[in-house]
Design a protein around this ligand. Structure first.
Ligand SMILES: Cc1cc2nc3c(=O)[nH]c(=O)nc-3n(C[C@H](O)[C@H](O)[C@H](O)COP(=O)(O)O)c2cc1C
Length: 69
């Protein structure tokens, strides 16, 4: 079981994270991504459709703290 925390870079996990994820089965990974503000469902779905489903994933989106409601 792995908990991997990574920033989002250019619509993907940071390069070092992408490299690390090649060596571990996605089903054993809980992924936590931080980002400024993207369509994270789409990003994670696209990644999973190519590489397999993560055990679970979470996102911390900076913009949600500042959005006027
Ligand atoms: C090279 C680079 C590319 C990035 N690309 C994205 C991106 O595509 N989408 C996004 O929401 N944030 C992007 N970010 C912002 C990082 O996700 C953000 O810096 C990280 O989550 C840490 O948050 P902080 O800078 O508030 O500490 C990028 C940051 C860098 C340095």
């Amino acid at each position: 079981m792995y908990i991997v925390v990574s920033p989002l870079w250019a619509g993907k996990p940071a390069n070092a994270t992408v490299e690390f994820l090649k060596f571990v089965p996605p089903g054993k990974v809980t992924l936590v991504l931080t980002c400024i503000g993207n369509d994270m469902d789409k990003i994670v779905n696209d990644y999973e459709s190519k590489n397999g489903k993560f055990k679970s994933h979470y996102v911390i989106i900076k913009n949600l703290k500042t959005k006027k409601r």
